[in-house]
Design a protein. Structure first.
Length: 83
């Protein structure tokens, strides 16, 4: 999940919502984009299945991404990881 217009506060709101639904969210910043991620999942199939619920309950535009490829060397910041 990610949205340029919501910024870090929007990502934090999404993370709080995800946490209430039993997920373990992590926030990343890549350029101007703050993205809330959930996972990891053991397979793409399981990630795709979870994405159905995420789209219904958190963000309609959520999509599956391999964070290891999307953000290969994250650096921890206060409250998020910087790509």
């Amino acid at each position: 999940m990610g949205n340029r217009s919501l910024g870090q506060n929007g990502a934090q709101y999404e993370a709080n919502t995800a946490r209430k639904l039993g997920y373990s969210p992590v926030i990343y910043q890549k350029g101007e984009l703050f993205a809330t991620t959930i996972g990891p999942f053991p397979s793409k199939t399981e990630a795709d299945n979870a994405n159905i619920a995420v789209r219904s309950n958190i963000r309609e535009s959520a999509f599956v991404v391999n964070t290891g490829n999307w953000c290969p060397q994250p650096m921890e910041q206060e409250g998020y990881w910087q790509c």
